[in-house]
Design a protein around this ligand. Structure first.
Ligand code: FMN
Length: 178
């Protein structure tokens, strides 16, 4: 016997089924992961980020979503720039450190090597490639805050090795819940 589809009002139908379908879909995606660092005064911070995307070619722009609960968000609120790093697979422990620990409790920068880069931002030595962006806009995007970046400096090799993606870190328990 064929099951009758559950009849819902349009608004309910849209929200409930749409959200469920969306969650199933995004759990299947495998997108690149970044470590985003920042500095304000003598405070520096950084966390693992998946909510990010290039949004424009000319002018070049890149969007980073930071959770309001993260220490990185608090430091970024006082900062002018963010550094966005991509890491090769062999640097997985660094990605797990920045995603699984919070700077509220742990000095992550004491557990990895880094150097001061443009605008005094911490640049992780584990990075295959990175860029620094000036924060041009901040806006509400839900439980994260969008930080729109204008790239001002960076380093990229001719070719990238295999990079860390969501499937490599989906088991990491975040230092802060979103
Ligand atoms: C797979 C994965 C994806 C994540 N994506 C984001 C993200 O896009 N934005 C964000 O702010 N935090 C994200 N996080 C959470 C932070 O990396 C995590 O809570 C971190 O411990 C926060 O550190 P902080 O408090 O020092 O900033 C993600 C964590 C994991 C494991």
């Amino acid at each position: 016997m064929r099951r009758r589809p559950v009849r819902l009002g349009m608004a309910e139908h849209d929200t409930a089924q749409g959200a469920a379908a969306f969650e199933s879909l995004v759990s299947l995606l495998d997108y690149p992961m970044f470590i985003v660092t920042t500095r304000a005064g003598d405070q520096q911070a950084g966390c693992l980020v998946g909510f990010s995307s290039q949004t424009s070619i000319n002018p070049p722009r890149f969007l980073v979503g930071l959770s309001r609960r993260n220490r990185t968000f608090a430091v970024a609120a006082e900062a002018t720039h963010l550094a966005v790093h991509v890491l090769p697979r062999e640097e997985l422990p660094v990605a797990r450190l920045f995603g699984g620990e919070t700077g509220d409790d742990t000095d992550k920068f004491a557990q990895c090597t880094w150097h001061a880069g443009p605008e005094g931002l911490p640049i992780l030595d584990a990075a295959e490639s990175w860029f620094v962006g000036r924060i041009t806009h901040r806006f509400d995007v839900g439980d994260h805050v969008g930080h729109l970046l204008e790239p001002v400096a960076g380093s990229a090799p001719d070719e990238l090795r295999e990079l860390i993606s969501f499937s490599d870190v989906r088991d990491v328990d975040p230092g802060h819940d979103a």
